[in-house]
Write a protein that binds this ligand. Structure first.
Ligand SMILES: [Fe+2]
Ligand SMILES: [Fe+2]
Length: 263
C-alpha cells in the first residue's frame, strides 16, 4: 500500500490576493511568485517523464507510487496555474508579455528535453529538482509559516500544502532514477545542471517582476538553497537517499485539513 495519498485540493484564490506572499518582504515574495510561475511547466514535464519511465519499471509498488506522484503534481500545477492567472493581472501588459515569453521559453525547453534527451537525463533533472525542493520543504515545514501569521493566508496554505506533499512523495523520483540509471556521478552532475537550469528560469521571472516594481536587482542566494542548507548539501553525496529523512510526525494530519476527498 502506497504511503502517498492523492488529495483533491482546489484552492479558491480571491482576485484581490496580495501579490506579495510575505507583505513585509517584497523581494522574497517575488522569488516565491517566480517559483509559482514555473510550476505549470515544470510539473507537467515531471508527469510526462514519469509516464515515459513506467515501461522501464517492474516493481508494482513503485509503479503505484509513480501514479500517485503524477496525480499529486497534477493537482499542484493546476492550483498554481489559478493563482498565477491572478498574479499576471497585477502587472501591466508589457510586463505580462515579458512573463509570457519566459513561460513559453521554459515550456519549449521541457518539450525539447522530452523529445531530444534520453530518459536518464530527464530522470536526473526530476531528481535534482525534487531533492532541492524537498530539502527546502522540510525546513519550511518545521517553521510552519502558515501559523506565524507573517505570510498571506492564501499563499501560505498553497505553499504549505504543496511543500508537505513534496515531502510525502520525496522518494519517487530518486527511486525511479536509481532503478533506471543508478549512477551517482550522473545524478550529481546532471542534477546540478538541472538545478541551474531551473533556478535560471526563476531568476528571469524574478528580474522582470523586480524591475516592474521598481526594485533593484541585487545578488541573492536562491531560497531553495538557503532554506535547504545542510539538507541540500547532503543531497550531493553518494549516500543521499530521501527515504532516510526524519519526517514531521504531524505531516499526514496537517495535509488532511487541505483535503476535501482522498483516495
Ligand atoms: Fe509539486
Ligand atoms: Fe514533487
Amino acid at each position: 500500500m502506497s504511503e502517498i495519498i492523492v488529495r483533491k485540493v482546489n484552492f479558491e484564490f480571491p482576485e484581490d490576493i496580495d501579490l506579495y506572499p510575505i507583505p513585509s518582504m517584497p523581494r522574497v515574495s517575488l522569488f516565491i511568485v517566480a517559483f509559482s510561475l514555473t510550476m505549470p511547466y515544470l510539473e507537467p514535464y515531471l508527469i510526462k517523464m514519469m509516464l515515459n519511465a513506467k515501461k522501464n519499471i517492474s516493481d508494482e509498488a513503485l509503479l503505484e507510487d509513480m501514479n500517485r506522484f503524477c496525480q499529486q503534481e497534477g493537482n499542484h500545477y493546476r492550483n498554481h496555474a489559478r493563482i498565477n492567472k491572478i498574479i499576471r493581472s497585477k502587472f501591466d501588459d508589457d510586463v505580462a508579455k515579458q512573463l509570457a515569453r519566459i513561460e513559453s521559453d521554459l515550456k519549449a525547453d521541457y518539450d525539447r528535453f522530452l523529445k531530444d534527451e534520453n530518459l536518464d537525463f530527464n530522470l536526473a533533472y526530476a531528481e535534482g529538482f525534487e531533492a532541492m525542493t524537498c530539502a527546502a520543504a522540510l525546513t519550511s515545514a518545521q517553521r510552519k509559516p502558515h501559523k506565524t501569521g507573517f505570510m498571506n493566508k492564501d499563499w501560505a496554505d498553497l505553499l504549505d500544502w504543496h511543500g508537505l506533499e513534496e515531502i510525502e512523495h520525496r522518494t519517487v523520483a530518486f527511486d525511479v532514477f536509481q532503478q533506471v540509471c543508478g549512477k551517482y556521478f550522473y545524478r550529481l552532475t546532471r542534477g546540478l545542471w538541472a538545478q541551474g537550469h531551473y533556478l535560471y528560469a526563476i531568476h528571469k521571472f524574478y528580474v522582470v517582476m523586480l524591475k516592474a516594481k521598481g526594485m533593484r536587482v541585487m545578488p541573492y542566494i536562491p531560497f531553495f538553497i538557503l532554506a535547504g542548507g545542510f539538507k541540500y548539501l547532503n543531497t550531493l553525496f553518494p549516500w543521499y537517499n530521501p527515504a532516510n529523512y526524519r519526517i514531521p510526525d504531524d505531516l499526514k494530519a496537517r495535509l488532511e485539513k487541505y483535503s476535501a476527498e482522498t483516495t
